[in-house]
Ligand binder design. Structure first.
Ligand code: FAD
Length: 447
């Protein structure tokens, strides 16, 4: 009899795992359970779809359950796995359509249960007009609310990259937008203060107000009318919780899976948990940060897809490995592109490195070429060992390609001496003869 693989979760990690397992072992029986109504969609595209760049949410869906079935993967949507019994290798599943509960045995199991938006411990967060943005269902609910209620003022609680993307979306939809940020620092873990100022100025230029404060109450009876911190009450008719993501680990924890220091599921490089033949991938897991050598929680779609693939291959008998991450991100903020990789100077100092910071402003393409504009590059270097620890780039063009150069340099533990010697592409419409990365590396080498 063929072995059976059960996958829990139907988005990036779960569906990557199922598809790779199918390609690795043609005979494997594969069943995936997803408690929501949609599978295999690009959550990352939702801010742009909500803004109207992408006309239809269906465009975000990569594969339907029917298409997965044609590949020999049975996908059961609206089915929630409520328990895992590792000793008997069974899962308990609840069919959310009819409330029926049944058990299903497995030989291998992949956990791709993902994450959920962080939610403040307030009683009033269930008020109409208060949203989180995670699943496609949550995106559809937000879109429906905007269409039916034409809100005028949005408060975005939090200052991470999704909060910034949604501030832009709300402004483009004609709403006032206020970001309420506990520390007052947007992109706190990915930007240093000097680079953050550039992004704050862009938000201000486009009418987004950033206020410092912890959300203490949401006011309203049958609809949210204000969000308040200890210092300020902001009238609004729409609130978006953008306070980051928390890993969905309760199911795994109850089954005996070990959680790491970050609170997410701990795995080895083969994406194995401590439970026999149980793998985990994506936003429910922690990762190894290559720069610090320590576990970190950096939930990103890029990582979820890779980890899912490794978990799926191994669950089907393979020996693939997932290495580590350097924490590379890029986000659009109106006319700026903001990117970061590795450690900020603040985080590098906190991690015990002797930090040297270099920030340069250069032109993104040859200065005489029409449209040349400023690009800011910051390098964070281990002052005692000449090793690159991180980089941040803010500009309007060529930011993503350059942060990927720095991410590659970090991955290869390059020194500043080596970074200076990189043979980067040059032609006037694309880059100056001295690429801003090389300019920054040259300055860092002299400091
Ligand atoms: P999830 O997407 O959370 O999926 C987990 C699934 O498991 C869910 O559908 C859930 O319903 C299901 N599930 C959970 N528990 C159970 C259970 N017990 N039984 C059955 N099903 C269960 N990342 C980037 O790299 N770049 C970006 O630009 C980017 N932009 C983003 C923008 C937005 C608005 C959002 C919300 C996310 C963005 N991300 C981005 C993050 C990216 O979407 C996630 O990292 C990725 O979706 C993680 O995939 P996952 O499969 O691990 O988890």
């Amino acid at each position: 009899m063929a072995s059976r693989l059960i996958v829990i979760g139907g988005v990036a990690a779960g569906m990557s795992a199922a598809a790779k397992a199918r390609r690795t072992d043609r005979d494997l029986e594969i069943i995936a359970y997803e408690k929501g109504s949609f599978i295999s969609y690009a959550a990352c595209g939702m801010p742009y779809w909500l803004a109207g760049d992408i006309p239809d949410h269906e465009k975000l869906i990569v594969r339907s359950p029917e298409q997965m079935r044609k590949q020999g993967i049975q996908v059961q949507v609206r089915h929630e796995v409520t328990a895992i019994e590792a000793d008997t290798r069974t899962v308990t599943v609840k069919d959310l359509e009819n409330e029926n509960t049944f058990t299903q045995g497995y030989d291998r199991l992949v956990l791709g249960t993902g994450a959920r938006p962080a939610w403040p411990p307030l009683g009033s967060t269930g008020l109409p007009g208060v949203f989180g943005l995670r699943s496609l269902e949550s995106g559809l609910a937000l879109q429906q609310f905007i269409r039916e209620n034409s809100p005028q003022k949005a408060v975005i609680v939090g200052g991470g990259y999704i909060a910034i993307e949604m501030a832009e979306t709300f402004r483009r939809l004609g709403l006032d937008a206020t970001m309420m940020v506990r520390s007052g620092k947007i992109l706190r873990s990915t930007l240093d203060d000097d680079m953050r100022e550039l992004v704050e100025a862009e938000l201000a230029r486009y009418g987004v107000r950033v206020i410092t404060g912890t959300l203490t109450s949401l006011e309203g009876d049958d609809q949210v009318v204000a969000a308040a911190s200890a210092h300020e009450r902001v009238p609004c008719d729409l609130v978006l919780m953008g306070m980051g993501a928390r890993p969905n680990v309760e199911l795994a924890k109850a089954a005996g899976a070990t959680l790491g220091p970050t609170g997410a599921i701990a795995t080895d490089a083969y994406m194995r948990t401590n439970l026999p033949d149980v793998y985990a991938a994506g936003d429910c897991c922690e990762v190894l940060n290559l720069v610090t050598g320590k576990p970190a929680y950096i939930p990103l779609g890029s990582t979820a897809n890779k980890q899912g693939r490794v978990a799926g291959e191994n669950a089907a008998g393979g020996q693939a490995r997932f290495g580590s991450v350097v924490g590379t991100m890029v986000v659009r903020c109106f006319n700026l592109v903001v990117a970061s990789t590795g450690l900020t100077a603040a985080r590098a100092s906190a991690a015990g490195f002797k930090v040297q910071e270099t920030m340069v402003r250069a032109k993104d393409i040859s200065h005489y070429f029409p449209g040349a504009s400023d690009i800011h590059v910051k390098l964070v270097v281990d002052g005692s060992r000449d090793r690159l620890l991180g980089g941040q780039i803010v500009g309007s063009r060529g930011v993503a390609k350059r942060i990927d150069v720095l991410a590659t340099a970090l991955y290869n533990r390059m020194s500043i001496t080596e970074l200076r010697q990189l043979d980067l592409s040059y032609a006037p419409p694309f880059a100056p003869v001295w690429d801003p990365i090389l300019v920054a590396a040259n300055v860092a080498a002299k400091e």
